[in-house]
Write a protein that binds this ligand. Structure first.
Ligand code: UDP
Ligand code: MG
Length: 309
């Protein structure tokens, strides 16, 4: 394979044993048809279903690909980052390994990457996923868009083509949990969004449950905004104001009307409210402190086990 290729195809694989063979075949066919030099970089994200062994066999049988194995499962984002770093092409295409992003659409992405465009993102004509998966994604996207505001056009699809310069810019973002699609959207690069087909997952299952997506949303919040901290400030402000008004009222009743309000219930409610607000605030602070903590540890995003060129 070319060591200085024009195009790199980067694919993360996590427990996709039943489908890797078809993936390799279809990728090769599409890439051969491009008439441009290319490489296929497959990153095995610590699969334990024999995906890597199967890939290894395909490679040994003459499959053209560079194969990378991470030491364990580090998550899709880390696997993609590893692939980006190892790839050498001037143009990089990222796609899922489950064939939901049809490799046959790659030429369309490349065609859209014209001279003044750095990034091509995709939207699905019709998303072929389960109801909960689609709903989870929609919520995540809406939520993310709300966090970033109109200045950022968020596209979270994992099927995209980009110039090498985009990856260089990603490297300048020193975030701990790098969410590629979010960072790329955030950078506001010259980009286009094109429509592509989306296929049902024929084999294997999605790695993203509703809970995982919820965790991802939370990561998005604490990683890319200080909304909770501001929320706490507002809550504190609200609490303080309420407390002040209540005190003023009690004082007024005592001084002007001589009434001493006894109210254990009222007191309990007020106490519970403020205790809740305080715990919530400490929790939010802890979340950010946790992020700072893992950031200063500065551990790498992933560890590479084997590389087969
Ligand atoms: N993936 C990965 N590591 C993980 C989870 C997923 O490399 O920890 C890969 C997976 O093999 C697939 C892609 O990321 O190629 C997207 O995963 P999936 O198809 O499960 O997600 P969905 O299509 O539901 O978004
Ligand atoms: Mg999928």
């Amino acid at each position: 394979m070319d060591t200085n290729p024009e195009i790199s195809i980067v694919v993360p694989v996590y427990n996709e044993e039943p489908i890797v063979e078809e993936l390799c075949l279809r990728l090769k066919k599409v890439c051969d048809g491009l008439n441009r030099s290319y490489e296929i970089v497959i990153v095995d994200d610590g699969s334990d279903d024999g995906s890597f062994e199967k890939l290894q066999r395909i490679k040994e049988a003459g499959g053209t690909m560079r194969l990378v194995q991470l030491t364990r499962n580090f998550g899709q984002q880390s696997a993609v980052l590893a692939g980006f770093r190892i790839s050498r092409g001037k143009i990089v295409v990222q796609l899922d390994s489950d064939l939901q992003n049809p490799p046959e659409e790659i030429p369309k992405l490349l065609a859209a990457l014209t001279r003044d465009i750095d990034l091509v993102t995709t939207v699905h004509k019709k998303r072929q996923d389960g109801l909960m998966r689609v709903l989870g994604s929609k919520l995540l996207c809406r939520f993310g868009q709300m966090l970033f505001g109109d200045a950022v056009k968020l596209n979270l699809s994992s099927f995209r083509a980009m110039r090498r310069s985009v990856i260089d810019k990603i490297e300048t973002c020193r975030d701990r949990s790098r969410y590629m699609a979010v960072l790329m959207s955030w950078m506001g690069l010259p980009s286009v969004e094109i429509e592509v087909e989306h296929h049902v997952r024929k084999k294997g299952t999605t790695k993203y449950s509703f809970l995982t997506l919820f965790k991802l949303s939370w990561d998005l919040v604490t990683g890319y905004s200080n909304l909770p901290l501001r929320f706490v400030t507002y809550l504190g402000l609200f609490g303080a104001l309420m407390g002040f008004l209540m005190m003023a009222f009690l004082l007024y009743q005592r001084m002007a009307n001589g009434i001493l309000i006894e109210g254990f219930i009222v007191l309990s409610a007020v106490f519970a409210f403020f205790a809740g607000v305080q715990l919530l605030s400490i929790g939010f602070l802890g979340e950010y402190l946790g992020r700072v903590h893992s950031q200063i540890q500065g551990r790498p995003d992933y560890i590479v086990g084997k590389v087969m060129e």
